[in-house]
Design a protein around this ligand. Structure first.
Ligand SMILES: *Cc1c(COP(=O)(O)O)cnc(C)c1O
Length: 379
């Protein structure tokens, strides 16, 4: 028994993957020029959005075609744990990382001619080949070769005998908003490159859709989709989705247990700097979890928890490892009782979205903030 843990509902996660797969392959085909099944690439970067990198990859492996990570270390961890599926590394690499990318059979993102030459040099020295995806910048201005320079890069890679071009991709900046002009512009620009690539190399996987693309832009599906946050059960923004997608739901909950209990007099200050003072004699319970685990300090005096099916508010500032809750003079809760911080208990639910809103951030950032101190339990 842990003081606090993250519980992942495996079957809900699998239902999400299945629902998204059938949605992007729904009939009649949503994209006119499509013959093959749309492939599914599951982003598992940032510890699988806090859900646990290796375990999530293992569960997902039979339901998806590809996995994607942000950096070399995440890719190596997956390979060392026996993951066999293709793994795309989204991030830009440095010279020292090329050798490891190649020997671990990780698919490399190339975003300039310079990077392509660096990879080619290492391949030639090692007498090994590698698989690459070209990243095109259609509007993020992050990494990626600009459309006007892409033809030279494509030709360079196609003519090299050690780099195999398996994919071409770009990333959408505003796809969480349906009907967005900027997104249509990005899709159009990317499609021009797709047409150029497919003319000579129809087998190259062209991919563009993130969660927003999957939810709102069927034009962006192409050969493969890469939904991250939506695979874990959250909408990418504040816009509703088709009813068919209502089966996609969170599979993550955060639970703890009461570790201490005391009765305090009226006028007692709770936690650092006296930010909460009791207005009556009351019962205070202590929960062994804090910002050192990723339960954000912004939730001081406003976060909510569920205990015995009742909703209570965090009392006072959240400490690094602990916080307190005033359960009232008649509150019934004792050491060992369950405390739900995110998820359901009885008739109530505390959603990740409500937590993110209270912290003035997005669900993604709260999820990534839960660190290794919290065990992940898969049920
Ligand atoms: C993180 C990432 C995704 C997934 O984004 P979501 O908004 O979580 O769907 C897709 N593609 C790239 C290149 C990414 O970096």
């Amino acid at each position: 028994m842990h003081n606090a843990s993250i519980i992942i509902d495996k079957s809900q996660f699998i239902r999400n993957l299945q629902a998204i797969s059938s949605w992007v392959n729904r009939n009649p085909p949503v994209a006119s020029n499509r013959l093959n099944k749309v492939k599914f690439c599951l982003p598992v970067k940032a510890n699988a959005y806090g859900h646990g990198l290796v375990k999530i990859a293992q569960i997902a492996e039979e339901y998806v075609d590809y996995l994607a990570v942000a950096c070399l270390d995440e890719g190596i961890t997956l390979r060392q744990n026996g993951i066999k599926k293709p793994i795309l590394v989204f991030g830009a690499f440095s010279q020292e990382q090329i050798y490891d990318l190649i020997i671990h059979n990780l698919e490399i993102t190339i975003s300039s001619l310079l990077k392509a030459r660096m990879v080619m040099d290492v391949c030639q020295k090692l007498k090994l080949s590698c698989k690459v995806h070209i990243k095109i910048d259609t509007g993020m201005n992050r990494v990626g070769v600009r459309s006007e320079n892409v033809h030279v890069l494509i030709d360079f890679i196609l003519n090299s005998d050690c780099m195999k071009l398996v994919g071409v991709y770009s990333h959408l900046a505003s796809s969480d908003i349906p009907g967005n002009e900027f997104t249509y512009k990005q899709i159009k620009e990317f499609n021009e490159i797709v047409a150029f690539v497919k003319e000579t190399n129809p087998e190259v996987i062209c991919h563009l859709a993130n969660s927003g693309g999957v939810c709102y832009y069927p034009e962006s599906y192409l050969d493969m989709v890469r939904p991250g946050i939506f695979s874990y059960g959250y909408l990418p923004g504040n816009n509703a989705v088709d009813d068919v997608l209502k089966t996609v739901q969170p599979c993550f909950s955060l639970k703890s247990q009461i570790i201490y209990f005391k009765v305090v007099a009226k006028g007692s200050a709770i936690s650092y700097n006296q930010q909460y003072v009791t207005n009556r004699q009351t019962r205070i319970v202590t929960v062994p979890l804090g910002y050192g685990d990723g339960y954000r300090r912004a939730l001081s005096n406003c976060g909510e928890v569920l205990i015995h099916g009742h909703k209570y508010t965090v009392s006072g500032t959240i400490c690094m490892d602990i916080f307190m809750v005033d359960i009232g003079p008649d509150g019934e809760a004792y050491i060992g009782d369950e405390v739900v911080l995110i998820g359901r208990q009885g008739a109530y639910e505390i959603t990740l979205t409500s937590v993110a809103n209270k912290c003035q951030t997005i669900t993604y950032e709260i999820l990534c903030g839960f660190n290794e101190r919290l065990p992940r339990i898969y049920v």
